[in-house]
Design a protein around this ligand. Structure first.
Ligand code: C2O
Ligand code: CU
Ligand code: CU
Length: 527
């Protein structure tokens, strides 16, 4: 191909050579640069921590221009609010368990939208089901009791067919619930939110040469999921965090559309141990020592990283380690494009799913504090009693360019799954052998992992028990990654106190998969 034509083709297809800016950045994003100070949420402004009182909040959805890459303006979408005399964009909402949340979503976009409170146990009408999507200029009022355990939840757009694009452009933030266990941990470990207790949202994005966010629209990207080659933490590219030689807590949210991370802290290429203390829906029973953890889109992991043994000037890399994305089987069945072809090229990011890269650099500076012993107990995980539970089979498969749940694509008017209120169920979520990993998410109810069967080697080696469960499977979850060929059994208690039948959705949190229809209505009947 003549050079000029190739470049035109590359630009038109978003191949990532001209249009993505990755050509200029990849040297450092795969390397060690890391020199933008990590953005740390304050108590106002962007990602500011907003302590909710009884006063209602209005979240105005707006399209803005925000500099993300070296001061270059990019289109972005935000939830903006005035609260307690301060202005916030995409506030980190923080509430006490049991609080009454009153929020108005005001749609200032030129397209429909709705808010979903990810992981929260709320009635169906408060859940942001896509059928509740509101028109431009309209508003939606939420009011519910925050019943969940203390934990790191989040909220994001769930606009029908527009979730992936709107979330990619910014409509998401944290929702932190505090309870007794949470406060006890913070006191015991002398953690200070915003200083040594940091929320980290990891996202991969694609930028054009002018530094503007671009969202892929080619069919392959839509089928496999959007991948970007620039990794942002708290919207900071190539972030660096200066840490004192002491203990830190990171509450990590994978806010990416489709990228899975395998998180590890490395010092001079040696993996450092850390403690996993919490999962999607709050603290584990105790800290678990780990060196790596998989984090799929929408999952959260709560980590204690101890820098107290390090000296000033030491550097540690938070990385995503290489893993097998397990697309081999599928690729061969999809027109012989080959593994590299589909995952790396065709308008996709230069950073393949499963590639290794640095996420954030930690540099030790300043004085330390005496290392405190980790608490031996963090919380209580009461196991769901599954005696008499019905077993439901959930099959994940593919047909043509679509991903299906029990052979179906989303239909707003169909209710393929109906659960009885106040009963427990076991779901066997089974991914096809020729598939890709799917992070499956249930609205309205946290669940527990009972077992993993047929797991790939990279998961099997992380198993903590004979049921194949990994550390993060031992806590409360709302999103679970199911690898090709794998069957994950989860237990759910559908007890609720809401009037009448409740409508939720169950879907893949690879947001491109979701928008394409890898989602089903899930009705939970009145008790
Ligand atoms: Cu965070 Cu229906 O999703
Ligand atoms: Cu959700
Ligand atoms: Cu999926």
């Amino acid at each position: 191909m003549e050079r000029r034509t190739f470049l035109q083709y590359a630009a038109a297809s978003g191949l990532g050579i001209l249009s993505s800016g990755c050509f200029f950045k990849s040297a450092s994003s795969n390397g060690t640069a890391g020199n933008t100070p990590l953005f740390i949420p304050g108590n106002s402004g962007k990602l500011g921590v907003l302590d909710m009182s009884d006063a209602p909040i209005t979240l105005n959805t707006r399209a803005v221009t925000l500099p993300l890459i070296q001061g270059k303006p990019s289109p972005f979408l935000i939830y903006e609010t005035q609260y307690g005399g301060k202005t916030f964009q995409n506030p980190i909402i923080r509430v006490r368990r049991g609080a009454q949340l009153k929020a108005r979503l005001q749609n200032g976009l030129k397209e429909p939208t709705i808010i979903h409170w990810h992981g929260l146990h709320v009635p169906g009408v408060m859940d942001g089901h896509p059928r509740l999507t509101i028109a431009p200029g309209a508003y939606y009022d939420y009011e519910f009791t925050v019943a969940n355990r203390g934990g790191t939840y989040w909220y994001h757009t769930h606009a029908h067919n527009l979730t992936a694009k709107q979330a990619y452009f910014g409509l998401a933030s944290f929702f932190i619930v505090e309870d007794e266990d949470e406060l006890a941990l913070r006191a015991a470990m002398q953690l200070e939110f915003g200083v040594t207790d940091l929320p980290l949202v990891i996202q991969d994005k694609q930028f054009d040469a002018a530094g503007a966010l671009v969202y892929g629209s080619d069919p392959m990207q839509q089928m496999m999921g959007q991948l970007g080659d620039t990794i942002l933490v708290n919207l900071t590219p190539q972030p660096q965090l200066n840490v004192a030689p002491r203990l830190y807590r990171f509450r990590i949210l994978n806010g990416s559309n489709s990228r899975i991370y395998r998180l590890a802290f490395l010092r001079q290429n040696k993996m450092l141990p850390y403690a996993i203390i919490g999962t999607d829906a709050g603290l584990l029973d105790r800290p678990y020592s780990a060196q790596e953890v998989f984090l799929a889109p929408a999952e959260r992991v709560d980590i204690l990283f101890d820098a107290s043994g390090l000296a000033a000037g030491d550097e540690v890399s938070l990385k995503s380690l290489a893993f097998n994305a397990m697309d081999n089987e599928m690729m061969s069945g999809m027109g012989g494009m080959g593994r590299g072809g589909m995952m790396n090229g065709m308008g996709r990011s230069s950073l393949a799913l499963g590639a290794e890269f640095e996420i954030m650099k930690l540099v030790v500076a300043g004085k330390g504090a005496t290392a405190l012993p980790l608490p031996s107990r963090l919380s209580t995980i009461a196991r769901i009693d599954t005696r008499g539970a019905i077993v439901r089979q959930i099959d994940l498969s593919t047909e043509g360019m679509r991903w299906l749940i029990n052979g179906r694509s989303f239909n707003m008017d169909e209710y393929p799954i109906e659960s009885r209120g106040n009963t427990t169920e076991l779901w066997d979520i089974q991914n096809a052998q020729r598939s890709m990993p799917h992070p499956m998410h249930m609205h309205g109810f946290s669940f527990q992992v009972v077992s993993r069967r047929n797991s790939p080697e990279q998961i099997r080696k992380l198993a903590q028990d004979s049921d194949g469960r990994t550390i993060t499977d031992l806590g409360w979850k709302d999103t679970i990654l199911v690898w090709p060929g794998e069957t994950v059994r989860i237990a759910i208690d559908f007890t609720h106190a809401y009037k009448g039948d409740q409508t939720y959705v169950f879907h893949c949190h690879n947001l491109e998969h979701e928008d394409q229809g890898m989602m089903v209505n899930h009705r939970v009947t009145a008790a």
